[in-house]
Structures are given as structure tokens and as C-alpha cells.
Design a protein around this ligand. Structure first.
Ligand SMILES: Nc1ncnc2c1ncn2[C@@H]1O[C@H](COP(=O)(O)OP(=O)(O)OP(=O)(O)O)[C@@H](O)[C@H]1O
Length: 255
């Protein structure tokens, strides 16, 4: 589904991602781990088209998407969750989803001025889709609540719903369990499994090792921009190179 070949991104003299090649299969949960500054976020930025690579290529479902704009990549089926701080606090959950979805639909200014049938049809579709994804993430009962009034876990579910609204094939999750407690983390892991059960492939960056180890089918470990290991959770846990990379940082692979 996603084939990365010799991907490199340099910022001045620093190779934030350095000659990384990896393949992620459809229908799986793939995790990217590594100490702080390892290049995980940069890797995601490259896949989502937020920045062009210095070298290497990205193939999605057999198509070369290297250097494509984020819009085009999103339309091809790669969605990314945004930080919950990107939600509109003073709007309702449903409005956040409708606006998020509308930003990706077709109506032009002319349609708005004449309140065209296309516009009205699109609005209806966006609302229906918003209600559908809200139900999927288990928040139907909160559609009319303000973002300000819901919990951090619920906000994370809204962020997932936003990504789901575009009907993606692959979802990139950047630290989905950051800032929530162990029980909420388990709930969110269940939601990620549900996404995969519905045919969506997942790629996530996460620091919470217990979550990764129980959730991921495959883990890629980055350190100083380079891929130092790749394998199942069991293989990664016991890999001396990985343990060494984490011992040299303030993080713990068994944590
Ligand atoms: N836009 C940029 N310009 C210059 N340097 C950058 C830029 N983005 C990232 N870097 C550098 O690239 C390296 C990798 O950063 P990146 O954010 O990808 O790591 P990370 O693994 O996501 O780290 P963390 O776990 O702390 O979020 C770091 O040294 C960072 O300072």
C-alpha cells in the first residue's frame, strides 16, 4: 500500500530522515517509534506531502506520489489527524466536522451567492457524512456540545472523525494517545482496531510503548533519521540495537 524508497529529508546539514526504505501493508497497524528528534514527524510530513523530500520516492497504491501537494495526496486517500488544538473550541462537535468536510468539497463562490442546488446538496451530504463518522467514533450523543465542553479523549475522537470524513484508505495518526490516561488510551486503541476492521490502514507515531506493543502489527524504529530496526513488537522489544538507542536517550522501550 505504501512503499517508501531511500527517503531522505535534509534541513541544512542535518538529515532529519536519512535513506529510509520501508513498506507498509494494507489492512495493518504500522507504528513508527524512536527517541526524540529521530525524524518521525518529518517522515509523516513527507508522506502527507507537507514538504518535498530531498531524495527518494513515495509510492501509494502503486502510484508515485513523491512531491505531490497535500491536497492531492488527501484526495488519493491518505488522511492525517490534526492536533486537537486545531479544532474550533467555540463551535459544536458536529459543526467542526461539517466545516472540516466542507473545506474539501466542490462548491464555488457562485454557488454560495445563488444558493445553488449543488451547494444545498453538498451541505446535506456533509451533514450526513458528519453524523455517520460521529457515530463511528462513538460520539453521536455529543454532536451538539461545544468542543470546549468535552474531554480530551472525546476531542481525540473528533480528530479521528475528521480524518474519517474524507473516506481515507490510509490514516496517519501522530501521537494519538498523547495527554490521556491509561484507560482512555485503551479506548482509543479499540477505536484504532475498529478502523482497521473497517478496511482502513493505519500508520501511527506513538511514545506509549505499552500501547504500541499490544496494537502494532509492524514497527519501524528511527534513530537520528535512520531506520535502525523493523519487525513485529516481539522482535523490536528484544532487538539489542533498539534497546541501545533507547538507553542512550531518556526514554525506555519497555515503558
Ligand atoms: N522544518 C525544520 N527545519 C529544520 N530542522 C527541522 C525541521 N523539522 C524538524 N527538524 C529537525 O529534524 C530532526 C527530526 O525532527 P522530528 O520532529 O521529525 O523528530 P521526531 O522523531 O518527530 O521527534 P519528537 O518525538 O520529539 O516529536 C530534529 O533534529 C529537528 O530539530
Amino acid at each position: 500500500m505504501l512503499k517508501i524508497s531511500n527517503l531522505t529529508k535534509r534541513f541544512g546539514g542535518l538529515a532529519a530522515v536519512n535513506d529510509v526504505s520501508v513498506t507498509f501493508e494494507a489492512g495493518k497497524i504500522n507504528a513508527i517509534i524512536g527517541p526524540n528528534g529521530a525524524g518521525k514527524t518529518t517522515f509523516f510530513n513527507l508522506v502527507a506531502g507537507a514538504m518535498p523530500p530531498s531524495e527518494g520516492s513515495i509510492e501509494f497504491q502503486g502510484m508515485d506520489v513523491t512531491g505531490m501537494s497535500p491536497d492531492r495526496i488527501a484526495r488519493l486517500g491518505i488522511a492525517r489527524t490534526f492536533q486537537t488544538t486545531m479544532l474550533f473550541d467555540q463551535s459544536t462537535v458536529l459543526d467542526n466536522l461539517i466545516v472540516g468536510h466542507r473545506l474539501r468539497t466542490q462548491s464555488r463562490l457562485w454557488d454560495v451567492i445563488i444558493n445553488s442546488k449543488r451547494l444545498r446538496d453538498e451541505e446535506k451530504k456533509c451533514r450526513a457524512r458528519a453524523e455517520e463518522v460521529l457515530d463511528f467514533v462513538g460520539l453521536s450523543h455529543l454532536g451538539n456540545r461545544y468542543i470546549l465542553d468535552i474531554s480530551q479523549e472525546e476531542r481525540k475522537r473528533v480528530a479521528f472523525a475528521l480524518a474519517m470524513a474524507t473516506d481515507p484508505e490510509l490514516v496517519l495518526l501522530d501521537e494519538p494517545a498523547g495527554g490521556i490516561n491509561p484507560e482512555e488510551t485503551e479506548n482509543l486503541a479499540a477505536l484504532i482496531r475498529k478502523m482497521v476492521a473497517h478496511g482502513i490502514s493505519v500508520c501511527l507515531i506513538e511514545h506509549k510503548m505499552d500501547m504500541i506493543m499490544s496494537l502494532a502489527d509492524k514497527i519501524m524504529v528511527l534513530d537520528h533519521g535512520e531506520k535502525i530496526a523493523e519487525g513485529t513488537p516481539e522482535q523490536i522489544k528484544n532487538d539489542p540495537v533498539v534497546i541501545e538507542a533507547y538507553l542512550g536517550s531518556d526514554e525506555d522501550v519497555e515503558a
